[in-house]
Design a protein around this ligand. Structure first.
Ligand code: ZN
Length: 427
């Protein structure tokens, strides 16, 4: 019966929204939605003294706190023009920065054995702890990361940061693939300010990354103090929100979908979800999913018939705007598609309406994000339905299904301005 309603109302909604269809179909980034204002994070890597001498005091003028990713050997060994432990400690105590782990000796983790990776993380962590600092996030040296590295890092920290802005398959790393923008040493503050404006306008989270701050004549991996001052001053005067990496991440992830990662399984099926057809929809454990649990995902085999999974009912506020997202790996696509539908119920649990959010009709690996606004004030609960169209020929893996109220989310900074090389490798 429920299924019948769903089919009928799909037709109705298509007919009704007509011109407005594009607003539900296009990606969230193209739509103007009342997100919370964007967030800007300042991050500083490695150990150069200018971070302490010029970076921290400059940001402090404007009440901005940053995240420092320290390489413990660089600090311990007292290299020329590097910070010592006392200065690093002051970043935390005097400037209230987040001090986090950038490994022991800045080796490319992807080149190391499992044991060596653990050593790089653990020994650095121990060095910080010995100096009264407990790191809670990590940045990969050179931004070098792959599945194996993420698998190990996730034993230690809930979040890890990359070193560039590149789009690409890192998207599946979720919180272990946080992207940054690294201003060039001679890049004027005005260009960074443009990026900040764009991030704020779109409700995005822009992370800036620096290595050393100098008073004059910046070279590679350096940035001029006066330009940093202009950026910080602008953010301050505009009243834009800033956050350390840990703070920003803790503001995310209010996912109201139960078992959206499909980790909890009872028998041969995931809890909190139903499926109509156990022969075409199964739990897959071959590592086709997304972080935080790559191993498990839900596999759809597209066939002549429409197959569907449905979530438990989820409480929503009718006046809120939500972002729905899921990871999809669509392979061997020939025809048909995979789509998302929302069933809407009133407080008494009666079905009142529904919405089609969007679908995937090609080979694809990555996150899909759709905006969801309850259809009317009567909507008190929803059910998420993910289904293959009839007459599909495809293999689709779905994971990391989430629904987040837009007043609690920062979307990652996806947009890549023209002047940025999207795969410029980080230091
Ligand atoms: Zn580094």
């Amino acid at each position: 019966m429920r299924f019948f309603k769903l089919v009928v109302s799909t037709v109705a909604v298509f007919a009704l929204i007509g011109v407005g269809l594009v607003s539900t179909q296009s990606s969230a980034s193209a739509i103007s939605v009342p997100y919370v204002k964007g967030v800007v994070s300042f991050t500083f890597d490695d150990a150069r003294l200018g971070i302490y001498q010029y970076g921290a005091p400059t940001l402090k003028k404007y009440g901005i706190r940053a995240t420092f990713y320290g390489v413990s050997d660089y600090i311990s060994k007292g290299y020329y023009k590097n910070m010592n432990w006392d200065q690093v400690k002051q970043l935390q105590t005097k400037y209230k920065w987040e001090v986090a782990n950038h490994t022991k000796s800045h080796k490319r983790l992807t080149d190391l054995s499992d044991d060596e990776i653990r050593e790089q993380i653990e020994q650095a962590h121990a060095a910080f702890v010995a100096n009264g600092i407990v790191p809670e996030t990590l940045a990969y040296p050179f931004g070098a990361v792959d599945d194996r590295v993420v698998d190990i890092v996730s034993d230690y920290y809930p979040v890890a940061r990359m070193a560039w802005l590149g789009k690409g398959n890192q998207e599946r790393f979720e919180g272990y693939g946080i992207r940054v923008y690294r201003p060039r040493y001679n890049q004027p503050a005005s260009e960074i300010i443009q990026m900040i404006e764009k991030a704020v306008k779109n409700g995005e989270w822009l992370i800036l990354n620096f290595h050393n701050i100098v008073p004059d004549n910046p070279g590679p991996y350096e940035y001029k103090r006066s330009e940093l001052d202009k950026i910080a001053k602008y953010v301050y005067q505009k009243g834009y929100q800033t956050a350390t990496i840990k703070e920003a991440m803790s503001l995310r992830n209010y996912n109201s979908v139960k078992n959206g990662n499909f980790d909890k399984v009872a028998g041969d099926w995931v809890v909190n979800w139903t499926r109509n057809n156990p022969s075409n929809i199964v739990v897959d454990n071959s590592g086709k999913g997304a972080y935080p649990s790559v191993d498990s995902s839900v596999y759809f085999k597209g066939t002549s018939q429409k197959d569907i999974i449905r979530s438990d009912q989820i409480k929503v506020w009718s006046s809120n705007t939500y972002l729905f997202s899921m990871f999809v790996r669509m392979e061997s696509y020939k025809k048909g598609g995979l789509a998302v539908w929302v069933n809407e119920y009133d407080a008494a649990g009666r079905w009142v309406s529904g919405q089609w959010l969007g679908g995937i009709y090609k080979n694809y690996i990555g996150k899909k994000v759709y905006v969801y606004r309850p259809t009317s004030y009567r909507v008190a609960r929803i059910q998420i339905a993910i289904y293959t169209n009839a007459n599909s020929d495809l293999d689709a893996y779905v994971d990391s299904v989430s629904l987040v109220s837009s007043n609690k989310i920062f979307r990652p900074y996806f947009a890549i301005p023209k002047f940025i090389s999207p795969f410029s490798k980080g230091f």
